[in-house]
Write a new protein. Sequence first.
Lengths: 296, 411
Amino acid sequence: MLLELRDIHKSFGEKKVLTGVSFRAESGKAFGLLGRNGAGKTTSIRILMDVFPANSGQVLLDGRPIDYKKVGIGYLPEERGLYPKKKIIDQLVYFAQLKGMRTPDAVKSIDRWLARLGMTEYRGKRLDTLSKGNQQKIQLVTALAHDPEIVILDEPFSGLDPVNAMLLKDVVKEEIARGKIVLFSSHQMSYIEEFCDSIAIINKGVVALTGDLYDIKREYPRDRLAIRSTQGDKIAAAFPGRTSEAENGELILKLSDPGEKMAVMQSLSRDFDIDEVRVFEPSLNDIFVEYAGEQE
Amino acid sequence: MGQFSKIFKFELKGYLTNKVFVGVTAFIMAILAVVLFFPRVADLIKGDDEPDEPGAVEPGERDVMLVKGGDETVRSALEQAFPDLEVRLEDGDVRTPVTRGEAECAVELRGLSDFTYYVDNLSMYDTNADTVSGVLTELYRLAAMTEAGVSPEKAQEIMSTFARYEVRSLGVDQGQNFFYTYIMIFALYMVILLYGQMVATNVATEKSSRAMELLVTSARPTSMMFGKVMASCLAGFTQLVCVFGSALLFYKLNEPYWADVGIMGMFFDMPVPLLAYMLVFFILGFLIYAFLYGAIGSTASKLEDINTSVMPITMLFVAGFLVVVMGMTSGSVDTPLMVACSYIPFTSPMAMFTRIAMSHPAAWEIAVSVAILAASCVGVGILAAKIYRVGVLLYGGKPKLRDILRSLKNA
């Protein structure tokens, strides 16, 4: 399956929120939707889920306008929240029913998910008796219990301890392996990098960058070297104004021309005590800051 | 339709398993049981003891009424008129015993046609002076007639003759209908206010707990709105049926014991057609307000905002209630104001019902009123669902009416 948003425009009153947003997400792969706060991610997701219509543009599944009656969508909203005073099993069944499940099927599926997430003991408890992390796991069940073809996870890892984060990672990997379209939205770039094959960066309602993450990284100008050395000061002095320090302590040297890569590498290893020198590949974080950074 | 019935069931279950809801209903029913079974129980207890006649009180235990300037005839006549009091003749000062509490009250006569009544603290319900006046007037007239040559027996007969009469109402008896109309109107008032607030709070809770984030992606706003409102309507109706049904049941069980309290009969002697009208106006009135409350609830971001947000609707409703109650107590329910109110959808449930109960509006008037109300209900329901659709996704400050209207256009 191929989910595609094509040229979506949306304004609320005078305010333009989305201007020609397009991206595609494939089944069996995870897709990362990135953007700063207020960039238009949630609006894109809501249009994708038919909460409100776009002013123009299309949501397509395999090239045809998506039929919401037939395609199941699971959603983990960034703003978490269920009914605090109601029993967990009652509300999970309710949400599964709203998604079109019959009650016995819903109960069966929910019990399976509760067991998978280690939450069976809380089945008959009220939601507000649970810790925040556990509430989030319950919320995850509402997104997955009806076995949707499209799973949308908005900041799924925030608020989870490392053990639960690991559990969620496994669950997400299983869903991807089962051929689901998994759509991530997150600010935690490390998770996106770990899961997502393709991304879209939305900035001020416009898609600033979209495509295969590996290709994006490959196409990035290969005009910088990452150097690990004890003689950082001396190297910086030898290339005045062309060096900077990366987050991990490596020295980044900008080349005046990608073609001089070999020559510079050779001269570095000849003149200085070098532990490691390689072509600098930007992290997703660097790419994100570059494309979504200059918003102010 | 599928989603509607699921939401309806979920919401209804929420009401029926709500401890406060069940508790309050059971509490009211228990109070009704206590009140309506009281005469039967009291009778049982009394049956074991000595009969509790008012005259059986010992003379020493009775309060004292002092009479100054009267004779034995006056004393005995007053004692007959006040069986609870011991009437004593007194020549000296009568005020001091009253102020000291030695006597309940005192009467100082200046002849049979002029007296002063003394009492320590004058109660609102103290009608003793009137009674004394009646007794003395009778004595005076008897004396006057005897003086004019009428025999005492003849004079007695003349004095004790009153013109007999009976009242036959050719329309409705407002005096009798007043009580149950008032109770029904008040029940309508309470239920609409209570459940309206509950619907608004319910919507705002879903919003503030962010359950709405998931709900809007799972169900259509119209289904949500109608499911919620219908469920609260049925819950409110169930509660009313429980309360009124149990009251009627308890009354019927104890009817013989209430025979001498006529007012009870007035409460429960409701004609069946009126109950049917009650049902119609209850449902329609409830729906129209519940839709409004639901729409308002959807625009509030925080539960604290609810009270101020629903104020305009509550004021509108209270104003309608006051107009109707004022019309009822003034005795004329067909004033131009009441007639106008019985067609305006937001006041007609109470106003038209009152007119049906306490007057006799033409059939077409009732039909027009119900038709306007039903049509407005549908209109308000659709509008409320639209506001709801926009409102549930608005967070932040309290939205202004202008913002909501503007976003309605874009929705």
